[in-house]
Design a protein around this ligand. Structure first.
Ligand code: APR
Length: 230
């Protein structure tokens, strides 16, 4: 189960690192909530456009590649659950990674289209520079396909993640502060179901007590060593 620290060595900022984290510099409620988007659609859209650029320019790091290589060597033996909205696990070979918090490279319609009944989907009409595309007919806006604060996680993804936590023999928790639920509860759930739990993180997290073993290392440093030879 991975968090933002998994992608830190690929150059993608985490959220809560004191100096470099997104939430050390921006207000999450303004940029990662529906009300923030409705209040300033252009400002939020531009922030995600900048993040998307960073994701596209990033490369999977040695940690992503170690997980992808293991999955290739042992089909069906590794399930990646990620809180991350980048596509680095997928590009490293874990194409079926369970996305708990959505996909930053995906656009979704903000509202149900009032014309839905007539069967014609919204069309992405003109979008002002730096503004989210708007449906020319009903005024609906596109929004990033990520889970914002206050929104429910995709039920299918959460159910799959809980099943994986219930069935796994070992759970590695990599690069998460354990600050955001329900993702943060998966380690305790796995341990409660009999799994051996290890946390890979250079710093302490809020869920360290759920682990049998703490690995004080980074994703790109520790994961290749942990998976070497398997
Ligand atoms: N390798 C491993 N862990 C690292 C690395 C690294 N190179 N660098 C930092 N970390 C650790 C930090 O110590 C921290 O514990 O990664 C963790 C990142 O924590 P957060 O920034 O809180 O990210 P995350 O836990 O994924 O946040 C969960 O919060 O804002 C929401 O939706 C957002 O998915 C995100 C969720």
């Amino acid at each position: 189960m991975t968090g933002a620290g998994m992608s830190a060595e690929s150059g993608i900022p985490t959220f809560r690192d004191a100096r470099t984290g997104y939430w050390a510099r921006f207000d999450p409620m303004q940029l990662a909530s529906e009300q923030g988007f409705r209040a300033d659609p252009g400002g939020v859209w531009r922030w995600y456009a900048e993040r998307r650029q960073g994701v596209r320019a990033a490369q999977p790091n040695a940690g992503h590649l170690a997980l992808g290589a293991f999955a290739q060597r042992h089909p069906g033996r590794l399930t990646v659950i990620t809180q991350n909205v980048d596509d680095l696990h997928q590009r490293a070979g874990n194409s079926d990674a369970i996305r708990l918090h959505g996909d930053i490279l995906l656009d979704l319609w903000l509202d149900e289209c009032p014309r839905r009944g007539v069967g014609r989907p919204c069309d992405t009409a003109w979008a002002g520079a730096g503004e989210p595309p708007v449906c020319g007919e009903c005024g609906n806006r596109l929004r990033p396909g990520v889970v914002w604060f206050g929104e429910n996680l995709p039920l299918a993804a959460l159910t799959a993640a809980e099943q994986a936590a219930d069935q796994c023999e070992v759970m590695l928790v990599v690069g998460t502060s354990g600050a955001v639920w329900p993702a943060a509860g998966l380690a305790a759930r796995a341990r409660g179901a009999g799994a051996w739990v290890a946390i890979v993180n250079p710093d302490a997290s809020e869920i360290d007590s759920d682990a049998h073993q703490l690995v004080r290392g980074t994703a790109a440093g520790a994961l290749p060593a942990l998976f070497d030879g398997w």
